[in-house]
Ligand binder design. Structure first.
Ligand code: SAM
Length: 296
């Protein structure tokens, strides 16, 4: 996989030579290039931002500079988009507050995905990371200031590029760099060969068939500062340990992320799983669990 990161602070990504990511780069599993957006400016001040249309605080990233940069990285010739490409519908949608998908005609390289971190976009999840770990080329565009001109992602969508906008959580950061680091790490660690032990990504939180939170982890010594590792974990009885981990994982998910329990398909639950969920106040007789009462 090749990753291009476009930012006004490319130095931010110097840490990507560290740890497992650094090893994956050495092994040739991934290549990463952090690029300075200002290299695509053509004015003496290397300006990448301008005042917002319609007024308001702060500055907005200019489409012209992003256009020059992304055309080059995507191998596209600059062109105006045609009347029927869906942009008029997009403008009408902006005015009426509707969400609209722009129709696309494929032009850009297959396997390339253009990602813009954005706090007002859908949440980035483990499933997105899994899907993106199969791609050949990802371009991340880091926003700054009040964000980037909304026409940038729409333009590349009409040019056939697979464009995604993701939020990494319900809070606002100063820029997209931290969000890109988060997504990049979540994606690349799922590339086959990245992890020393591939099993370690199978049983993690949000992974597996039902995307539960992981059970608590312990290591030796069995007693630390008067606190014992739960006996079952030290019993050596593999089947019982697995059952205890599964039950703890269900209870923890029920307490912390009941929305994840609601997505489980009841038909896939074992008898033991059903008992655990019922004990936590879930009705498991329908298609998905439904919370009916506090813990029983
Ligand atoms: N005006 C924007 C808003 O209120 O939604 C916030 C812009 S923020 C200060 C600047 C940039 O940081 C964004 O364009 C985006 O690239 C990045 N960013 C900030 N918070 C983020 C989040 N939760 N998830 C992903 N990207 C984020």
């Amino acid at each position: 996989m090749h990753i291009d990161i476009v930012s006004v602070f490319p130095q931010y990504f110097e840490t990507l030579t560290l740890s497992l990511l650094g090893k994956a780069r050495e092994k040739g599993l991934i290549s990463v290039e952090a690029r300075n957006l200002r290299d695509w400016t053509c004015d003496v001040h290397h300006a990448v931002d301008d005042t917002p249309c319609g007024g308001g605080a702060g500055m907005v990233m200019k489409p012209a500079v992003w256009g020059e940069c992304l055309d080059e990285l995507l191998g596209l010739e600059a062109s105006d988009i045609s009347e029927n490409a869906g942009y008029t519908t997009f403008c009408q949608a902006v005015q009426s507050g509707r969400n609209v998908k722009i129709s696309r005609k494929y032009e850009a390289r297959e396997g390339t995905v253009l990602i813009f971190p954005n706090p007002s976009a859908p949440l980035f999840t483990q499933n997105d990371a899994k899907e993106l770990s199969q791609k050949k080329h990802i371009i991340f565009g880091c926003g700054r200031y009040e964000g980037y001109d909304a026409r940038i992602p729409r333009y590349y969508e009409t040019r056939g590029v697979d464009v995604r906008e993701y939020s990494i959580g319900d809070y606002v950061l100063n820029g997209g760099e931290a969000a890109v680091s988060v997504m990049l790490e979540a994606i690349t660690r799922l590339i086959p060969g990245f992890m020393g032990n591939p099993d370690s990504i199978i049983e993690e939180s949000y992974s597996g068939e039902d995307s539960l939170l992981e059970h608590a982890q312990f290591t030796k010594p069995a007693r630390w500062r008067g606190m014992d590792v739960p006996e079952i974990y030290m019993s050596g009885h593999h089947a019982k340990i697995e059952a205890a981990k599964r039950s703890e994982s269900l209870i923890r998910t029920s307490n912390i992320r009941p929305d994840l329990v609601e997505r489980i398909h009841c038909e896939k639950l074992s008898e033991e799983d059903r008992k655990t969920l019922i004990s936590q106040g879930w009705d498991v007789s329908g298609e998905h669990p439904r919370k009916i009462s506090a813990e029983r």
